[in-house]
Each structure stands twice: as C-alpha cells, then as structure tokens.
Design a protein around this ligand. Structure first.
Ligand SMILES: [Zn+2]
Length: 695
C-alpha cells in the first residue's frame, strides 16, 4: 500500500523551535581556525605567486656490514635556499637517535607494569638491555673540507654556518656517519631495521630514515621543530639523489630510484628477464625464482658489490637488501607513464606474495592515478616484511606472511590492503608532501580514502570502510576523544588509527557521496592533488580547495568533523499524521472550512502509535487582509483538491550527537517498498539541536 505513506510535498517547510542550548554558530565561517591566506598560500587554497620551497640534493655512499649489522655512510648535501630569508643555521633530522637508550621511548604508551608482563614488553618499557643505537657523526665539513660546527638536540642537529646562507643561494656540505642497524623486533613501532631468519642464518635489511636529512624550512613554521617521537612521521624536502649502496656480493637490493649499473650487479639471465617484464602487462615475470633464492641463501659471500641508483624529485630514499629475495616484475601502463611494478619477498612470503603483491601494486597505481595524477616515477616496489607497512618514495615495506603456506581470507585481505595503502602513500605524502609529523591525518586520511576506494572497486569481496565503520569510535567517551585537528604525537596510541585514518576517510566519503556529489568532489580532490604535488600543503589549503573547486560552503562540515569530537546521533522524537478529510465540501462556497483529520492530540509532543488515526484540524479560507496590497489570490479550491485524501506528516528530529549533518529518512511502506528522503545539513542552520519538518 504505497499510498499509505506517500509524501505530500517536495518543498519542506521549516518551523522554529525554542533552543535549550546557547547558540553555537555551527554554520559560521571557520576563518579564525585557519591560517590566514597570503601571497604564498591563497584564499582559494592554491599555492600563491610568491610560494617558495627549499630543495636538497643528495649524493650518498653507504655500506652495510653484515657481520656487525652497521650502516656506514658519507653524503654530500646541496641545499638550495629558495626562501626570501637569510639562514644562519640549518637543521638536520637524525631519526635514528630515537632508539638511543638515553632518549625517551615515545613509542610506548601502555606504560604500566603489571603482573604477567612479558620480557619483550618489559624491554619496551624499561630498555633494560641497552642495544646499541643512534648516530655516530664522524664529521661535517664544507665543500672546501673545512669542519662545520654542529649541535645535536635529540633527533635533530643544528649546523652552525660561518656565514649566513643568503636568500636565493645554495650551500654544499658533507657528513660522515654510521649507526647500528636495529633489530626490528626489539623496538616498538619500528619502521625499519633488520629481520633475522635463524633457520638459514640470513637477514633482510629494511633501510629507512637512515641518512641525515634536511629538515623542512617553510613559510608557515620556519624550521620544522618537532622532534621525532615515533608516532609523528616525517617532513622532508624534495631533491635528486645519487646513491651507491655496497652490500654483500650475493645480496639483492630493492631501492628507490632507477638502477644505474645493472651490468655490474645483475646476472645476464636476470637482465633478460627484466627486459621481458618491461613488455609483460598482464602478469609478473620472475626475475629471481624460489629455487634461485633458496640457492642464494646458502652462499654467504664475504665479498662486496655496489649498487648504484638515481632518483629524481623525491622527498626521501629507502632500500632493502638480502640474499633471501625472490623478485617478480611487470609493466603497468598509465596514460602518461609506464611503471615497473615489482615485488621482493623471502620464501616465507610464499605463495601469497607471488600471487598477490605485484597485482595489488598495479591496482593501486591505476586507481590512484585516475583519482589524482599519473604515478610519475619509473618503478613501484613492494617488499615483504614480518609486520606493519611503511612507505617511502617508489618503495614500501609491507607486512604479512602465511603460516606454513596457509593464510586466512581476512589475513590475505589485510595484506593486500596494506600493499595498496603503502603504494598509495606515494601520492600522499611522498608527492603531495604534507607535514606528517604535524598532521598525520593529512596523508593517512587522504591515502586511506583512496586505498578504501581501490579495495571497494578492485576487491569487492573484501570489507572496506564505510561511514558506519566510524560510528562506534565517534560516539565513544568524549573525555578521551580528540578532534582530527590534533597534532600527530598528541594522539593516543590506541586511537590514532580511528582518528587519523578512518574518520577523515569517512568524512571524505560523505563529502563525495552525500554532501557535494561524486562528479564535483572528484574534480575538486584531483584539483587539490595537482595544485600541491611536489609541494607542502597545510590543512587550510585542502579545506579551501575543496570549497573553491565546488562552490560549496563546507565550513560547517570542517568545523564539526575536523575541529570537534561531536558525533552523528539524530533522534526521531515524534511523528504526527494528518489527513485531509473531504466532507460536505461545497466548492461554490469558498468561505467554508475543510476538515483535516489527524492523529491524537496535536498539542503535546508525546509520540503516538497512529492507532487512533489521523488528527483533525481546520484549514480555513485565507482572509483578504492576509494578502495586504497584493491583488493575486490563491485558489482555495485548488489547494483543497490537491490535499484531498493525502497524508501529511510532521516529523520532529533531535540532534543528540551535536554534529550538523544531512538527515536521511527511509520511508518503509506497508507493501514492502521503500523510499529515501535526504534533507541537507543546512536544515540545522537556525537551530542547534531540534527541528520540525513537514513531509
Ligand atoms: Zn599509512
């Protein structure tokens, strides 16, 4: 009986209602919450005409010593001061120092001693065993070989220049250093280090934040000044890299950049297979097979070999090295670039890594490129690790292995999701280079949004994040929750995933599907990515671009979703049912009233069950005095005719959670059919918490 609940009007009439809370201005502009626009960053959210950015080029030579797990390196940095400021000192990141015993382990957050605590957790808390860690800086010298003074503050080093580095000029200097590569399993939240395989006495080295790197100097903060405390990741400058990596002769190196000397480090067979892979677009080609990798594991060469890589316009550089690696590769064709997608994994990753890893890279490359801009680099690599995923330009370390060759469907989905996610970080923050140490959500949130879209589009059998997923978190204890606009290291360890990954993802999904609409939103998201590629965007730049490119005022959405911990909880507090009842209607007599029959007592707000039927009200003819000076008159009979026999509902909605959001009402009819009504968020403009709608 569809007619039973049929809606009367498509035009909704709003009725004000007394508020029980002071006015909260939820639709007022958020200008006071954003950094003001200027000539570097415009009010439209685009980089301004005066936008500038520093640059750092690196030439690095590094050696892994497998006998004592140390990395020794020398680097020459050319730093370009493109800012309008003269700089009397420079700051360099020394992230390895976070592992020094004398430094706080900011990674441990569940810092309570309890009965039954295991030894590894106790080590995380107390660092009872003093594993060697942190940099030994051997020298810093200028291009003429003269030593430069420096001061180390925890994970950062200040380079004191004899003369200021003038605006528009460059400086070249060199640093010699070494550090013990740490065992990944001995540190909480360890993103790099080595993994030891006792069965065959081999090691997989995952080498990242390994060389002293220039801190960011920019127009919003000057020198980036937040220390590495493990949760907040990195803020880095773009530049070109020439890197020479010396490893045991039987190791295989997977790295950021393009291999410059394949003739010296790869066999003829491996080079031929790589050439075949460049032409293989439908499936990967094995460059190193399982049998070859297992044979390689036995070698234990004490000789060395140097791999040379070159990378252009990247903000970081990482690599992995081991004699355990299987290696597969295939080409992925994008509209403006053909990329080599490659996976490196020990046999412990089989069979799932051989079946899924490179395929997952391909899916990520295709979906992200379509949503933003084509992946610009020549290679995209996934390296298998024991746990967690971690991203770097062109290469990511991705956790997940089967047990005895078996893997559950959910574990496999998790592993594929991790690969997609870490490959996706090539866009955010490796190219659209926001400050991870400050705003984790800017890269994790935007990346998770596209990662979930990739899963939904390419792996429809897997679960993906939907707005429903975030409801339990957002409706949790407000004494613990923080707004998304909380800096990375101020978030609790057990909720950064929900707050910085999931909640921004759902926010973007709602903008795309419910608030802005897919076509406009997708173009605006693409606009943001293209405006800020190879640049350093701030939250304001994202917020402003999404409004500017869609002609949509989203300040109310940003205010609630990003700056508060309010949640969505709307209560349907009352529904009243009215029906026009035609009785003795005399169309000749326009003064006669029409009876409208309605449910129960219309004075109280108490919900009714409709058992007593619709409520009776009178609809009178409009008196002449109501028209004032207007000469037109409504056709009273036409109104009566339109309403005749139809249902009218007055719906009262209470906003319990506090977030202003669109209201979706699903009408379920007695014949089993249903209809969706979407009321825009703007219905809350004049009322904070409670409103009535006539439908
Ligand atoms: Zn991530």
């Amino acid at each position: 009986m569809k007619y039973f609940f049929a809606l009367l009007f498509s035009l909704f009439i709003l009725q004000t209602q007394a508020q029980n809370q002071p006015w909260q201005g939820k639709f007022e502009p958020i200008d006071n919450l954003l950094s003001p626009p200027n000539s570097y960053r415009t009010a439209s959210g685009a980089p301004g005409k005066a936008y500038w950015q520093q640059r750092a080029d690196y030439k690095i030579k590094a050696t892994i010593n497998e006998s004592n797990n140390t990395l020794t390196g020398e680097e020459t940095i050319t730093y370009y001061n493109n800012s309008p400021d003269d700089l009397s000192y420079l700051w360099i990141q020394l992230e390895q120092n976070v592992n020094k015993k004398e430094n706080e382990d900011f990674g441990s957050i569940n810092n309570s001693l309890k009965n039954g605590i295991n030894t590894r957790q106790m080590q995380f808390l107390t660092r009872a065993i003093d594993f060697p860690a942190g940099y030994s800086i051997k020298y810093i010298k200028n291009s003429k070989g003269k030593p430069i003074k420096s001061l180390v503050n925890n994970t950062m080093m200040k380079v004191l220049l004899d003369e200021p580095l003038l605006a528009g000029s460059a400086i070249t200097f060199s640093i010699g250093w070494s550090y013990p590569i740490t065992d990944r399993s001995m540190y909480l939240l360890s993103r790099e280090g080595y993994e030891y395989f006792p069965e065959d006495d081999n090691t997989v080295y995952l080498i990242a934040h390994w060389f002293p790197r220039m801190a960011v100097y920019n127009d919003t903060e000057g020198w980036q000044n937040q220390q590495f405390q493990k949760l907040g990741e990195f803020a880095l400058e773009f530049g070109d890299y020439e890197v020479e990596i010396t490893v045991p002769e039987d190791h295989i190196v997977a790295s950021t950049g393009t291999l410059q000397n394949p003739e010296s480090v790869l066999t003829k067979k491996q080079r031929e297979r790589l050439n075949d892979a460049k032409k293989s677009f439908d499936k990967p080609v094995m460059i190193i097979t399982q049998a070859e990798a297992v044979e390689n594991e036995q070698e234990k060469s004490t000789k060395q070999k140097t791999w040379k890589f070159s990378a252009k316009n990247v903000r970081d550089f990482a690599f992995a090295s081991s004699r355990k690696f299987l290696w597969d590769a295939q080409a992925v064709k994008l509209p403006t670039n053909t990329v080599m997608a490659m996976s490196f994994y020990p046999k412990e990753g089989l069979p799932v890594w051989q079946e899924e890893s490179t395929k997952a890279i391909m899916h990520a490359l295709e979906v992200y490129s379509e949503a933003t801009f084509d992946y610009p680099y020549p290679v995209c690599i996934s390296v298998n690790t024991s746990n967690i995923g971690m991203e770097f330009p062109m290469i990511s370390f991705n956790g997940g292995r089967p047990k005895n060759g078996q893997i559950s469907k959910s574990a496999k989905a998790g592993m594929i999701g991790t690969i997609i996610h870490e490959v996706g970080h090539n866009w955010f923050p490796m190219i659209v280079s926001s400050d991870e140490r400050k705003w984790m959500w800017m890269d994790e949130g935007l990346n998770t949004f596209l990662h979930q879209r990739t899963v939904a589009e390419r792996y429809p059998d897997f679960n993906s994040v939907t707005p429903k997923s975030i409801a339990p978190f957002m409706s949790g204890d407000k004494n613990i929750l923080r707004p998304i606009m909380t800096t990375s290291d101020n978030e609790l360890f057990n909720q950064f995933g929900a707050n910085f990954y999931m909640k921004p993802t759902v926010g973007l999904q709602m903008l795309r599907h419910s608030i802005i609409g897919k076509e406009l939103f997708d173009a605006a998201f693409k606009e943001y990515a293209n405006r800020w590629k190879y640049k350093h965007p701030n939250p304001s730049d994202l917020f402003r671009t999404l409004e500017d490119a869609t002609a949509t005022d989203l300040d109310w959405f940003y205010r609630g979703w990003f700056f508060t911990t309010d949640h969505v909880d709307m209560e349907l507090t009352n529904v009243k049912w009215f029906k026009v009842h035609e009785e003795d209607r005399n169309i000749e007599n326009q003064t006669k009233s029409t009876t409208v029959v309605a449910e129960g007592n219309n004075i109280t707000d108490t919900p009714k069950d409709f058992s007593s039927g619709p409520e009776v009200i009178n609809m009178t003819t409009t008196p002449d005095s109501s028209y004032g000076q207007f000469l037109s008159r409504i056709d009273d009979n036409a109104i009566r005719k339109e309403l005749s026999g139809k249902n009218l509902y007055e719906v009262t909605i209470k906003n319990v959670g506090g977030l202003v959001m669109p209201v979706t009402i699903e009408w379920i009819f007695t014949d089993g059919t249903s209809e969706i009504d979407t009321l825009p968020a703007q219905i809350w403009r004049r009322m904070n918490t409670k409103l009535k709608r006539f439908l």
